[in-house]
Design a protein around this ligand. Structure first.
Ligand code: UDP
Ligand code: MG
Length: 317
């Protein structure tokens, strides 16, 4: 179909401090590989000069493409847009902040030539990240593993190479709340890992504050497992059963012993616990109902403001 061998998808959100360096490093690595390639930057509604910097570079470098979103839609959506627009036979997804070293890409391409369809980067070590981030990530992958039946690879990010076949398959999954690593795992094909050391952010601050991390984690769990719903049923049964036995016990005390029931503190305690559990379960239901609502609305995943470097494609349409 296309003559482009490798598309590199780079989502960016307020990365003006690092994006030029990312471009230089990617260009150096890709020029060595002597394959035709495209660098597909997806600007996820940056408020800084990230998009302008890339647009300027695109004037002299014909391998650059830029998809400019109308606002911030989130990292997972930006990567999705990159996969939609990518034309290469292999598509590599990489962060803009140089935490995923571009020098790993040739190793991924090598595996791809050996016949693997998905080559994901497995982080051996994470440098320069807070204990909190590493700990929550560790916990998240363990909980996800316990709750889902698919074996989503642990300790991998979105840094990976996918074959054209996988990219096309992914386009058919149009769910709104996207957890790409789980989805890529779900589509199957021949998968393997390349190990690497995750480096420190080259410049700037993380664009994944706790709120976005929580969103990604809940998407991962609630979109890939309905076990939390079953949990509600189990807890419900367990509590009703214990309530029933407790009632029998109270009746026994009243009828056959001289102990009288005192104290309302215990009643308040029990009340609080049960109300808490009810609210948690309602919250779990809400997660799923909200997801259904998102799907029913049927909105597009993202809105593109401008596209640079893909003009021939536009004429075809
Ligand atoms: N990113 C994005 N949209 C967002 C948040 C982040 O496109 O709303 C990009 C960001 O520019 C970077 C990648 O997603 O290329 C990963 O983000 P970051 O490095 O801040 O996350 P961390 O490595 O701290 O988990
Ligand atoms: Mg980062």
């Amino acid at each position: 179909m296309s003559e482009i061998v490798c598309s590199i998808v780079i989502p960016m959100y307020n990365e003006e401090e690092v994006i030029k360096e990312t471009y230089n490093r990617l260009k150096e690595v890709m020029d060595q590989s002597s394959e035709s390639y495209e660098l597909l930057f997806v600007n996820d509604g940056s408020k800084d000069r990230s998009a302008q910097i890339i647009a300027e570079l695109a004037r002299t470098d014909k391998n650059i493409r830029l998809i400019d979103f109308s606002r911030n839609f989130g990292h997972q959506i930006a990567v999705t847009a990159g996969m939609d627009y990518a034309r290469g036979q292999a598509v590599v997804i990489i962060d803009a902040d140089l935490q995923d070293p571009p020098e790993v890409i040739p190793r991924m391409l090598e595996k791809w030539r050996e016949g693997y369809d998905v080559v994901y980067g497995k982080r051996l070590k994470r440098q320069g990240e807070t204990f909190f981030k590493k700990f929550t990530a560790y916990l998240f992958y363990r909980i996800l593993g316990a709750l889902t039946d698919d074996n989503i690879p642990k300790d991998t990010g979105d840094f990976r190479l996918i074959d054209r076949k996988v990219c096309d398959a992914m386009k058919k999954l149009n769910e709104k709340n996207r957890f790409l690593r789980g989805m890529i795992n779900w589509v199957g094909f021949k998968q393997t890992a390349v190990e690497y050391i995750r480096e420190e952010r080259w410049a700037g601050e993380t664009k994944y504050p706790l709120k976005k991390m929580l969103k990604l984690a809940t998407d991962g769990i609630f979109s890939f497992s309905y076990k939390p719903l079953k949990l509600a049923t189990y807890i419900g049964f367990l509590l009703s059963a214990s309530g029933f036995f407790y009632l029998l016990y109270v009746l026994y005390q009243r009828l056959f012993t001289l102990n009288t029931q005192t104290g309302w503190a215990s009643i308040i305690a029990v009340n609080l616990i049960f109300n808490g559990i009810t609210l948690v379960i309602l919250g779990i239901l809400g997660e799923y109902v909200g997801r259904i609502y998102e799907e029913v609305k049927g909105r597009p995943l993202y809105i593109v403001k401008e596209v640079i470097g893909l003009e021939e494609d536009e004429e075809e349409n």
